[in-house]
Write a protein that binds this ligand. Structure first.
Ligand code: AQP
Length: 346
């Protein structure tokens, strides 16, 4: 099948070469797939499906913490799944499913929540961040989000969780939660490890914050080329480079940083052009836009082909959820038994 070419930037941790194990990761359908998702997480998903037992999830329950438009969640779920498949996620090698198709996740979240002190969830950076960014909508699900995330991973006893660095605190909390449950009810859950690749935090077009759907500072993967070009041309570069003749600092310029991944063979030359002011920021951005558009061209074409197959995405998601049923129910069965609850129907 067609797979998007992988950027050749030097790997800090090569997700594909870890000892074999079960992998789980999720993405929220809170918007459309962007370059930050791809560099930080999706390319690890695709690399890890080769030799691991990989499970990937569109976490629609999580998206309810900030998106309250049902139709939008449905559309974004479809688009996320379609995007992942177009980028090379292969349903023959990895399981792809929708979280709400496996309601055992929410039951396990409840069971785990009984060992979680409230102070643990109150102190998570994402909760504090949401208190600032959506003060009018501090719903209870926002507070318990990390417990549901722990359940998503723990229910499949996953060992590896490929994610961006923004998820590090959540992963630490997941480890604490499973440790607390194991301490109370006996060893059962695996303490999962976060897997970071060599682009663990991609900054957005504002040059300052993490690229993020909710901040709107994204470069979309599947938008029309002229939209991608506009997004790239709007990027903040080196704020101390005022005049065209000033030398640039590629180490701090986000456009130059993205060239490491999208122009792997010549980024040093591009950086040198910036340092010596041989090239201006506008030239470097134009080149980046061309490179990003070319990089995802195959995936865009594949997305178009897949979108012409009616029912395909739904079928992949349904089959994925079905494959996971025995695993999810087995875990719940162990929890019911050890926690003194009634037997679950087999
Ligand atoms: N900027 C980023 N750099 C590196 N990795 C990133 N990821 C997201 N943004 C970056 C990683 O992509 C995976 C899926 O992310 P998500 O959609 O589930 O959640 P998120 O981290 O909350 O992404 P957004 O875009 O910031 O969503 P909103 O705005 O809805 O909160 C994760 O592994 C994430 O680390």
């Amino acid at each position: 099948m067609t797979t998007t070419p992988q950027p050749a930037a030097p790997a800090e941790q090569d997700p594909a070469n870890l000892p074999r194990g079960r992998v789980f990761s999720g993405v929220q359908p809170s918007g459309l797939p962007h370059v930050g998702n791809y560099l930080g997480a999706f390319r690890s998903y695709i690399a890890m499906q080769e030799r691991h037992d990989a499970i990937y999830c569109i976490v629609d329950y999580h998206a309810l913490t900030s998106t309250h438009n049902g139709e939008l969640i449905r559309q974004n779920t479809h688009e996320m799944a379609l995007g992942l498949l177009a980028l090379g996620l292969d349903p023959e090698r990895a399981v792809l499913f929708r979280q709400s198709d496996r309601p055992e996740h929410t039951e396990l979240a409840w069971l785990l929540s009984s060992v979680v002190p409230v102070s643990w969830v109150e102190r998570t950076p994402s909760f504090k961040e949401k208190r600032r960014s959506q003060p009018e909508d501090i719903n209870h699900a926002l507070l318990t989000y990390p417990v549901l995330m722990a359940a998503d991973i723990a229910i499949y006893l996953a060992r590896y969780v490929p994610v961006g660095k923004d998820q590090q605190a959540h992963l630490e909390l997941t480890r604490e939660i499973v440790r607390a449950w194991n301490a109370r009810y006996g060893d059962y859950f695996v303490e999962p490890e976060a897997v970071f690749n060599d682009s663990p935090i991609v900054r957005g077009t504002d040059g300052a914050n993490k690229m993020s759907k909710s901040l709107g500072n994204v470069i979309d993967i599947f938008a029309e080329p002229d939209v991608i070009r506009r997004q790239v041309m709007s990027m903040v570069t080196d704020t101390e480079r005022i005049r065209r003749t000033d030398p640039g600092r590629p180490e701090v310029c986000n456009v130059c940083q993205l060239h490491r991944y999208f122009s792997p063979l010549e980024f040093e030359e591009i950086w040198e052009g910036e340092r010596t002011a041989r090239t201006g920021c506008v030239d470097t951005k134009r080149l980046l836009a061309d490179r990003i558009i070319a990089f995802f061209a195959q995936a865009r074409e594949r997305r178009r082909e897949l979108s012409e197959r009616p029912g395909y995405v739904e079928e992949v998601l349904r089959a994925g959820a079905e494959r996971l049923e025995p695993l999810a129910r087995e875990t719940l069965g162990v929890c019911h038994d050890r926690m003194g609850l009634g037997p679950i129907a087999r």
